[in-house]
Design a protein around this ligand. Structure first.
Ligand SMILES: Nc1ncnc2c1ncn2[C@@H]1O[C@H](COP(=O)(O)OP(=O)(O)OP(=O)(O)O)[C@@H](O)[C@H]1O
Ligand SMILES: [Mg+2]
Length: 283
């Protein structure tokens, strides 16, 4: 889910000589290409995580220097963490910092009901990204990264996992490949080993939640609103949950024609969010 207050992607046209790959049977585009405009200031994470993410950018910016020494930058990255902790956001930040187009691989389109078509789609995506310099997000990667021993999975998925690993092994392009998953425990060891870096995005602690409340209420926050108090009362909330509460509070504030967000607006938004979370756990 992308918050409306920080949706900063602009669709970009591919170069004239490269067509966006599509599923042959259904004609659905297999990826979306955007230019993202995020910065490291947009994400609230602990210091170590921030360092790991910025190191990926630094290494890829200095790829030539590393290569002169027979080394390669980390290009195959696995982002894991609970829903709404900033996996997609991190990938977009890396894309923005690298200054190259951000390629979002659409899994719904990639996974085809036709035998062998999913692997063919994957090949098309790899062929496409190998020809340019992109930051590529294989989102909801658990769909194809599922443990190959899982008896629930039918053969096609298993074949695709093998294919994906072979393609990762054979990958020699300049693009950064990022896979994101909510279910890293489901990934098998062979998949795990293929990544140069694994970054775990955590659920924010109280201090980080306070930072998120401050950030998302921004200039509309009144001095009477105590972000740390709300942070204390929202244990287990993901960054996206806090962002959603703030957007709701801002919306109410605007609808009620208040000059700035009041404590009442936030309390109302928290109640709404609590209601939503309640439905989620009871479903
Ligand atoms: N760590 C964070 N710092 C600041 N904002 C965040 C963070 N994580 C999430 N958000 C906010 O929540 C929105 C959704 O987050 P994002 O899509 O990156 O989560 P995700 O981990 O990819 O979730 P999912 O597993 O559901 O795909 C972001 O656009 C941003 O507004
Ligand atoms: Mg995501």
């Amino acid at each position: 889910m992308d918050m409306p207050i920080n949706r900063r992607g602009i669709e970009v046209e591919p170069r004239k000589d490269v067509a966006i790959p599509a599923d042959s049977e259904r004609g659905i585009p297999l990826l979306r290409m955007t230019k993202e405009r995020y910065t490291f200031d947009d994400i609230v994470v602990d210091g170590k995580t921030r360092q790991r993410l910025s190191r990926i950018v630094a290494e890829n910016r200095s790829a030539k220097r590393l290569r002169r020494h027979g080394l390669a930058p980390k290009q195959k990255i696995l982002l894991c963490g609970e829903p709404g902790t900033g996996k997609t956001l991190s990938a977009k930040i890396i894309g923005s910092a690298m200054g190259c187009p951000f390629v979002h691989v659409v899994f719904d389109a990639l996974v085809s009901p036709l035998l062998g078509e999913t692997a063919a789609n994957l090949r098309k995506v790899f062929d496409f990204v190998e020809k340019g310099r992109y930051v590529v997000l294989f989102d909801e990667f658990d769909m194809i990264g599922k443990d190959r021993a899982d008896p629930q999975e039918h053969g096609e998925i298993k074949r695709v996992v093998n294919n994906f690993m072979q393609m990762l092994d054979g990958y020699g392009g300049d693009s950064i490949l990022i896979a994101a998953t909510n279910h890293h425990r489901l990934l098998d060891a062979a998949v795990w080993r293929r990544f140069d870096e694994v970054v775990k995005l955590g659920v924010p602690d109280a201090r980080q939640r306070a930072e998120l409340f401050e950030k998302y209420m921004g200039a509309m926050k009144s001095d009477a609103v105590d972000a740390s108090e709300f942070a204390e009362g929202t244990p287990g909330y993901s960054a996206a949950d806090v962002a959603a509460v703030c957007v709701d509070a801002l919306r109410k504030c605007v609808m009620d024609r208040h000059a700035s967000v009041s404590e009442g607006d936030v309390l109302w938004a928290l109640e709404e969010q609590g209601h939503r979370k309640g439905i989620m756990v009871s479903k």
